[in-house]
Structures are given as structure tokens and as C-alpha cells.
Design a protein around this ligand. Structure first.
Ligand SMILES: N[C@@H](CCC(=O)N[C@@H](CS)C(=O)NCC(=O)O)C(=O)O
Length: 278
């Protein structure tokens, strides 16, 4: 798959980006990988030049950069409505939010999906988007709800009983369903000859599946360990390993720019770390 026209292959090693007007700008909370991480991994894989507000000081960085975007007084611009929540991507005069929407915009432009060559949008874009959305449902949104099943604004400690019930169901029913689904996708003809999800080429859906599974491995080590050992999802874990070994991604994962899991989407609570079976 070829690079889109606005990919710049000189990556800034400190994450500060270059001064070009078409530089990608990610605005996301500092201190957690969160939903911003999928976007970072796409940039890193492509070697694109980008800024990451989580790593910037002053008004352009930290919590402040996010607050400006989501402030109740922000009504957007002449061309872009305001975002409700991060991640937010700025690119030229475009400002967009909603992670899957950001990935859909970036994928073809970063060479992580079929290139947009004018005319119709290539059909594979919708196939790849389907896979990315499914991975986000099962390996990002549902894991988040495991520790916050009742009220997003309440403390985990105030919904612990429900969190246990939710996590047990997630680990025993939902996680195997999603892993099984991706195994089927990888066994299917449309995936190509491996190890990628669609069309025999790395796409943003593979990166989303990697990051989702990485987070779930952190939050539920018992169940994911047993799932890997079972051999039932060997192609899913092979894809995970293949993304992790991509040279740019490997370098990024080893760098200090890769933030640690803590109190974001993926949290480790011993009492929620159920095994696949009793
Ligand atoms: N569906 C949105 C969810 C965005 C979201 O929940 N963002 C979190 C951070 S990962 C947030 O700050 N939410 C604040 C809120 O929902 O009030 C997406 O995929 O981007």
C-alpha cells in the first residue's frame, strides 16, 4: 500500500514535530496511553511528523490543550464543530474527533490502507474500518466498561460489585467471542496470506487490534495468558507479535514516549483479573 501525498517520512525523535503547516497534531490527555495511543502508533509506524499535546509544555500541551478543545465555550470554527472529548486531530484547517473517525482519515494518508486516488473511496476502506471498529468495541470500549460499568463519573470503588460482574462476563464470554472473531477473520480468504487482517497488507485495523490486545493483556493477564496458551487464537497472537516487531513500532514502544498503563481505559485490578474458566 502506498503512502498518501501528505506523509512526511522524517519523524521527529522527540515527538515535537516539524514546523510544516500540514503537520499532524494529536491532542490527548497526558499521562495515559488511552485512545490517543492508536493514533500515535499509526504515526510511528508511518514515520509521520506529528506533535503530541501530551508531550508539549505550555498552552499547546498537557491537560490545558485538551481543556481548550472540550471547554463548554468552544463552538468550533467556520469549518469544524467542536469535539466532545479527546482524542482530537488537527491537520491544516481540519479539526476532527472520535477515534475511529481519526483513524479513517489517517489510515489512507499514512499508507495504512488503500490510497485515496480521487474518485470513489476504495471499498477496502470500509472493510478495514469494520475491523477497526470491531476491535475498538471489544478490546477498548468493553474493557473500559469493566471498571466503570455503571457511571463514568463515579469512582471505581463505588461500582466494584458491578465491575466484578461485568469483568467476569467480559473475560468468560465477550473476550473469547472477539478473539474468536478475529481468528476467523485471519483464517478467511479476505485477509490474504497473513499475518494481517485484510488484503495481505498492514492496515490501521492491525494497529488497533495490537493496541487493544496489549491493553487487555495488561488488564486481564490471567485470561489473555490462558487464551494464548490454548492455541485457539494463534493467528491473533501472531498478528500481535508481528505488529510489535515492526521496526518503527518496536523503537517507539521502547522509547520514553510510550506511556505506561495506569488509570486510563486499561487498569489492572486483581479482583477483576478473572481466568477464562473457574
Ligand atoms: N467515542 C469516543 C470516546 C471519546 C472518549 O471517551 N474520550 C475519553 C478519553 S479516552 C474522554 O476524555 N472522555 C470524556 C467524556 O466522555 O466526557 C472516541 O472514540 O473518540
Amino acid at each position: 500500500m502506498s503512502d498518501g501525498p501528505d506523509v512526511k517520512r522524517q519523524k521527529t525523535s522527540d515527538g515535537s514535530g516539524s514546523s510544516s503547516g500540514t503537520e499532524y497534531e494529536l491532542i490527548y490527555w497526558p499521562g495515559i496511553p488511552g485512545r490517543g495511543e492508536h493514533v500515535r502508533l499509526c504515526f510511528e509506524e508511518a514515520g509521520a511528523s506529528y506533535t503530541d499535546s501530551a508531550l508539549l509544555d505550555g498552552d499547546a500541551g498537557g491537560v490545558k490543550a485538551v481543556m481548550v478543545q472540550i471547554d463548554a465555550s468552544n463552538k468550533g470554527s467556520a469549518s469544524s464543530p467542536p469535539p466532545l472529548a479527546p482524542p482530537v486531530l488537527r491537520h491544516g484547517d481540519l479539526t476532527i474527533s472520535q477515534l475511529p473517525n481519526i483513524l479513517l482519515y489517517l489510515g489512507p494518508r499514512l499508507g495504512l490502507g488503500p490510497a485515496l486516488t480521487g474518485g470513489d473511496i476504495p471499498k477496502e476502506i470500509y472493510n478495514i474500518n469494520q475491523l477497526a471498529l470491531t476491535a475498538l468495541d471489544g478490546l477498548s470500549n468493553e474493557p473500559h466498561d469493566c471498571h466503570h460499568p455503571v457511571a463514568v463519573g463515579d469512582y471505581y470503588e463505588d461500582q466494584k460489585d458491578e465491575a466484578k460482574r461485568k469483568s467476569k462476563d467480559y473475560v468468560r464470554n465477550r473476550l473469547p467471542k472477539f478473539l474468536g472473531y478475529f481468528q476467523r477473520v485471519l483464517e478467511g480468504e479476505a485477509s490474504g496470506n497473513g499475518p494481517w487482517l485484510h488484503g495481505g497488507a498492514l492496515s490501521w485495523a492491525d494497529i488497533v487490534l495490537f493496541q487493544g490486545l496489549d491493553g487487555v493483556k495488561f488488564a486481564f493477564p490471567k485470561a489473555t495468558g490462558a487464551a494464548e496458551k490454548s492455541g485457539k487464537y494463534d493467528k491473533v497472537f501472531a498478528l500481535y507479535a508481528a505488529v510489535k516487531e515492526r521496526p518503527n513500532i518496536k523503537k517507539y514502544l521502547e522509547s520514553s514516549r510510550r506511556q505506561k498503563y495506569s488509570m486510563g481505559i486499561y487498569r489492572y485490578y486483581e479482583e477483576l483479573d478473572f481466568d477464562l474458566e473457574e
